[in-house]
Write a protein that binds this ligand. Sequence first.
Ligand code: PEP
Ligand code: MG
Length: 570
Amino acid sequence: MKGIGVSPGISIGKAFVMKEKQAEITGVLLVDKAEILLEIERFELAVSRSVNEIETIKANTQLSLLDEDLAILETQIELLTDPQIKADVTEKIEADKKNANDALIEVIGSFVHLFESMEDEYMRARSADIKDAGNRIIKHLNEPGKEGTPKFEPDTIIIAEDISPSDTITLDIKHIIGFATMTGSKTSHTAIIAKSKGIPAVVGCGEELGAIMNNDIVILDGTEGLVHINPSQKIIDSYTLKRNAYRHELGKLKALKNKPAITTDGNIITLSANISAVNDMPDIFDNGAEGVGLLRTELLFMDRDSFPTENEQFEFYKSIALQSKSKPVIVRTIDIGGDKHLPYFNLPSELNPFLGYRAIRICLDRKDLFITQLKAILRASVFGDLRIMFPMISNVQEIRSAKNILAEAKAELLNDNIAFNAEIKAGIMIEIPSAAITADILAKEVDFFSIGTNDLCQYTLAVDRMNEKVSHLYDPFNPGVLRLIHNAIEQGHKHNIHVGMCGEMASDPAATLLLLGMGLNEFSMSAASIPIVKNIIINNSITKAKEIYKNVKEMHSSENITAYLREVLQ
Ligand code: PEP
Ligand code: MG
């Protein structure tokens, strides 16, 4: 079967078919007041069991949670305790004498229908979360006491229609060696989680995947996007060889960890890691990172029910600084809004959240929050080479305002005799087209640029990065995006500032030589991707990379560009 390979590698194992048990309306009506009261109690118990389940998952996995994971769990808790859902279910039980199962199916069904028919893609996508919450309550209603997720045998390959948002976190991942799903795209939850955990995955295989039964032998090729069911011994043998070669190659790449990333003609390139938690630190050095190119600070703000105090934030940045081996750590100030919400911060609901009240816009509006974060970073800057980065900059005035507030934060610390690095470097993310186009203006104001291709791509191409329907248009190799990237690098260099990239494109091997040829100084990515990119850098010259960029500049379509880059990489 052919699907989309979204997480590379080969797995050979036994299938575990995950079927969403479809809850069914029973039609059983309640007979008297006593039954009604009992049924409401049963519903409330199922809700509180569901909330407990999520809280336990949160507590057990706290340290390994990604920003995306936390947002999913917070949303689940919000939905499980949603007063409207509770009121509607209770009313159906009381007024219509429906049993809790039927009442809940109807209420969730109408909410799902409502969200699925919304114009806004973000809101439409929330219907998956509502279904997920509803199914969880139903599970606890109908199978009380049967909590938790299935335990798997070693070498399990999960086969499913799709993996629900919370399943991506709750699955006991220890024995899972692969995922194959009927639906999904490169940006689906399954893809993101599998990639971040290094588990091979193939999504979008279609209905045919339904033919797989529990315990069938499955070979999953996440690099080529292939799934084999009950293959012959000959195929198993050939894939076993392939898998071992892949692992061996990966091991060899990891062995490059202490080798500096220098091109064959002597240009030193910085390879750094994107992280969001203290416990990401050991892993970055294991993979040969030379610092942190992006510390996303949102997780620190998301995993709680009120804003972290200056001291709490200070402790977090300090722990990272202390583990940084004096290498640079770029701390990005909070990038909330868009798809990242804080349960305790009432962000207005907006028609276009990605174009709305987010990131630096919130910080400049809520100086109290911003100055607290800046002071905490400044205080921690005596324990390592911390640098500050402002996200979502669209014009020069935002940089000046942010720097004025940074100066105020410094003045307050000075006044209180608290030590900090007065020379701390301040830079910006180039992730809005206006910033990339006016890079010459902005470069005069800052110490460095970091190109955020994840957002730059969505804003340049007018493609919502979360929307599966238009994901084929989400394309960093579009000549328009490439011109913006090049302009940011060129203007940054004209003004003698360091230019890095921390968007996903930095980890794409197909892009490495192109970006090198454009002159990029630093590539920042998830730690696991570093060895592959390093291997390309140390085996190529800048002269060759420049030649490649020159050729790409002449090409008109992303298809031609990517085909050419793949060929060069071979
Ligand atoms: C980006 O936009 O490329 C980026 C690195 O930031 P985030 O993915 O956190 O928006
Ligand atoms: Mg961004």
